[in-house]
Write a protein that binds this ligand. Structure first.
Ligand code: AMP
Ligand code: ZN
Length: 479
């Protein structure tokens, strides 16, 4: 096994990954703001953190991973008010949709999902700590963080502070990337707005305080990994560091990992350009969850991911190729025995796979390790050179691969059904196909060709293609 290396935004370098405690990794991921359905750009980042999580587990780490749900912010308050409902009712729909989308993309549940609105007390306590240490000032019922007092401000994003006006403050949750200004920790309620009555006054939290408060509450004052999309590095994560480290005097996060953004056909995704997609938009067009997961996972997280429909189509074929290979290993009978060259080939593929993921989650290299092997093994099988004694090791490698990539199980139809897309669910299941395939084989052996042709046609009508192999076996795939 190779040493795990990750790129740390804090140092700007690729570093060996050594957790603070040996046996458990404490990880925090900024979750979605649940004011709408999450889009495929969001899921680029969530699939990245899922790959990271799964790889760490594969390598034997125990994880305590927290993901928050930002269920109060300016947009949520405005949208809920416009819909004439409370923020809880408004956000619930999108929280449930987000969970369903995660299941569709096989994004594992973190150990803790937490809602901002259920942790207001912890945020208030943290603000009180900052007040005691004079990192705050009040203005018109709101409380601001005094950036000038925190000397390390800018260490994550390397922002140039020379242009900062001391005391310039900003109240909105999402402000310009380039401006480093005092940010709101606590916001006084505007007339008619949702607010909490608390020891620091009536109001609601700013966006940044929730992640500091919840990360430290669930994971401790110093945590191993914090992830998010690159747009969060500044100001959100910079502000998290300022809040947490000013309050505790300890380093907040050892490794900061940020995913580059997803573009669509080379352009920034936006509703006005008509290139904005939620998962549901793509599933509605007939694309499979596994293909989308594959497409999102296939580009290493620190490279921009250019999402294209061609790419999604290729991802569909790639997943099929892997599933067909797994089916071959399961269904075909190979000559008995083992062959040294193939044994070594499987070991090399497994080692290259681990090497790729260890190198700052180079998913492209990990996938190349798998696909090079599949190509060579398929050729060996076609030539009758693949031996039965290699099946187990090859299957083990596929299983290891799938612990991280999670695309092998043929469960797209069920997933789509759960989300309300009917993909022709009268689709024949694998066991039934295999029964028909065996019946056709038996008919052929008895030289009952009319019967074997009839079964072949029946399978074809159900969208199943048969390919006879050199060894007299047969493999099948869906059209
Ligand atoms: P939000 O719901 O806006 O708070 O975003 C949730 C996550 O998605 C954050 O980690 C963002 O950085 C990330 N994100 C937003 N847009 C994109 C994009 N186009 N590509 C990749 N990640 C994104
Ligand atoms: Zn956050």
């Amino acid at each position: 096994m190779h040493e795990i290396q990750v790129h740390n935004t804090l140092s700007g370098k690729v570093e060996p990954f050594v957790p603070l405690k040996t046996d458990v990794v404490h990880m925090y991921t900024c979750g979605p703001t649940v004011y709408d359905f999450a889009h495929i750009g969001n899921f680029r980042t969530f699939v990245f953190q899922d790959i990271l999580r799964r790889f760490l587990k594969l390598r034997g780490f125990r994880l305590t991973h927290v993901m928050n749900l930002t269920d109060v912010d300016d947009r949520i308050i405005a949208n809920a008010a416009a819909a004439g409902i409370g923020i809880r009712d408004y956000t619930d729909k999108y929280v449930q949709a987000f969970f369903a989308d995660c299941r569709a993309l096989s994004v594992e549940s973190p150990e803790h999902w937490i809602r901002a609105t259920e942790n207001i007390d912890s945020m208030v306590e943290l603000i009180q700590k900052l007040q005691k240490k004079t990192y705050t000032y009040d203005s018109e019922g709101s409380i601001y963080y005094r950036i000038a007092k925190f000397k390390d401000y800018g260490k994550l994003s390397k922002i140039d502070l020379s242009g900062i006006q001391t005391g310039a403050r900003v109240d909105n949750d999402r402000y310009e990337k380039e401006s480093a200004r005092d940010f709101a920790l606590w916001k006084a309620p505007k007339p008619g707005e949702h607010f909490w009555e608390t020891p620091i006054g009536p109001g609601r939290p700013g966006w940044h305080i929730e992640c500091s408060a919840m990360a430290m509450k669930y994971l401790g004052e110093s945590i191993d990994i914090h992830t998010g999309g690159i747009d969060l590095a500044f100001p959100h994560h910079e502000n998290e560091i300022a809040q947490s480290e000013a309050a505790t005097g300890k380093p907040f996060v050892k490794y900061w990992l940020h995913a580059e953004h997803l573009l669509v056909e080379g352009e920034k995704m936006s509703k006005s350009l008509g290139n904005f997609f939620t998962l549901r938009d793509l599933f509605g067009k007939g694309y499979k969850p596994s293909a989308l997961r594959f497409a999102l996972a296939s580009v290493p997280y620190r490279r921009q991911l250019n999402f294209t429909f061609d790419g999604l189509q290729q991802a569909t074929s790639s997943v099929d190729r892997l599933r067909n290979f797994a089916a071959r290993l399961k269904n075909e009978k190979f000559p008995s025995g083992k062959q040294k060259a193939m044994t070594e080939r499987i070991d090399k593929a497994a080692s290259d796979f681990d090497d790729g993921l260890s190198d700052d989650l180079n998913t492209a290299q990990a996938l190349a390790a798998m696909f090079d092997f599949v190509r060579e093994a398929n050729i060996a099988m076609d030539k009758g050179e693949f031996r039965q004694g290699e099946v187990k090791a090859a299957q083990q490698f596929l299983a290891t691969f799938d612990k991280v990539f999670a695309v092998l199980e043929d469960n797209d139809a069920e997933k789509l059904k759960v989300l309300g897309y009917d993909t022709g669910s009268d689709r024949t299941d694998d066991a039934e196909i295999e029964k028909l395939v065996s019946a056709r084989q038996a008919a052929r052996q008895k030289r009952e060709f009319a019967e074997s042709d009839r079964i072949r046609k029946e399978l074809a009508d159900r969208g199943i293609i048969l390919e006879d192999t050199k060894d007299g076996g047969v493999r099948w795939k869906r059209k």
